[in-house]
Design a binder for this molecule. Structure first.
Ligand code: KG4
Ligand code: ZN
Length: 330
């Protein structure tokens, strides 16, 4: 079964071809037009998707060495994300699905991230999945591919947002995660102490806004002293985010006694996070899956994989699907 995946929910235009769950191509073009604005400008994003989507579909098909008519289905992100950006991908996919008379499989972006753990890996169930991206920080209990429950959420910022906002405070570029990670490599993660955030009434929930404020105050204080290493500050802040994520994850593992774990989403690309997670892996003998690096941040292969898993269960097309910028799982 050969599927085309399309992902245009934010500022990445991405198309991928997978055959029976194996990735043949995964083209991701990140829009650099937003850099001078310090964040994604929705109108510019949708316009750029419109310009790039057809060439990228062609590129993914050529790289996979297949023909358009070889496709058995199209998986496309219908939400959450920017409305205009979602419309571009979804309408393109609908048109192609009608033209080729093949199923259209609508996929939620979060389902896509969860499915990234299936690419080149074999997850076991039940599984505890931690999703850490720019928009989400959640822990899911996944009983089976289509049976899940959200156990934990963030009450304010997502972990990726904490990296992005922290990077802005430190005067670094966007996206902030890779920038902080780069500086932190030569910094001391234990130099500065940040509080481990606790959330009232839910020991599994996350909170990152206090951490970001603590970073702001710490930097202001250090700026006055005028003699410190920004690398130490970045490393200590990164340590605090990672520590908070793993601390809450450990509480869930202890309570649920489930030791199959997946950690997915943009922040899961962080190598320091992966390294520290090994301690948890050893302590509980976890069957721990991180996606391959190219499938952590937004990409269409994860959408195609989610479509493949769905098609294995039911071969159903849905052309009535509308874009949904705010899909909420709780
Ligand atoms: O999953 P993703 O590409 O998009 C969303 O669905 O949000 O995640 C993007 C987020 C950004 O906040 C970015 O700063 C963060 O993931 N990120 C990282 C790293 N790479 C991306 N955070 C920490 N370390 C990284 N290496
Ligand atoms: Zn994402």
């Amino acid at each position: 079964m050969i599927l085309l995946g399309i992902e245009t929910s934010c500022d990445e235009t991405s198309c991928s071809i997978i055959r029976n769950g194996v990735v043949l191509s995964n083209i991701v073009k990140t829009q650099d037009i937003h850099q001078s604005f310090g964040g994604v400008v929705p109108d510019l994003a949708s316009k750029d998707h419109e310009k790039k989507i057809l060439p990228i579909v062609h590129e993914s098909i050529n790289k996979a060495n297949i023909k358009l008519t070889d496709l058995d289905g199209i998986a496309v992100t219908y939400g959450a994300g920017l409305l205009g950006s979602l419309i571009v991908g979804l309408n393109f996919a609908k048109g192609l699905s009608v033209a080729l008379n093949i199923p259209l499989i609508p996929i939620s972006h979060l389902e896509g991230h969860l499915s990234s753990g299936f690419i080149n890996k074999t997850p076991r169930f039940p599984s505890i999945s931690l999703i850490v991206s720019g928009g989400h920080t959640q822990i899911w209990l996944i009983e089976d591919i289509d049976r899940f429950k959200v156990l934990s959420n963030t009450v304010d910022d997502a972990a990726g947002e904490a990296f992005d906002k922290g990077a802005r405070i430190l005067g670094l570029g966007y996206p902030g995660g890779p920038e902080i990670e780069k500086l932190a490599r030569t910094g001391n993660p234990l130099k500065y102490n940040f509080p481990l955030p606790e959330v009232k009434n839910n020991k599994f929930n996350f909170s990152f806004s206090g951490l970001k404020t603590a970073l702001l105050y710490k930097k202001q204080k250090l700026d006055n002293l005028d003699n410190y290493s920004i690398n130490d500050l970045a490393a200590s802040y990164q340590h605090a985010i990672v520590h908070s994520l793993l601390n809450k994850l450990e509480r869930v593992l202890r309570d649920y006694k489930i030791y199959n774990v997946m950690i997915v989403g943009g922040v899961s690309a962080n190598l320091y996070f992966r390294e520290i997670a090994q301690d948890l892996q050893k302590k509980y003998n976890l069957n721990l899956i991180f996606p391959d690096l190219e499938y952590c941040t937004d990409n269409a292969a994860m959408i195609a994989m989610a479509g493949y898993l769905k098609l294995l269960k039911e071969n159903k097309t849905d052309l009535s699907i509308e874009p949904n910028p705010n899909i909420v799982y709780q």
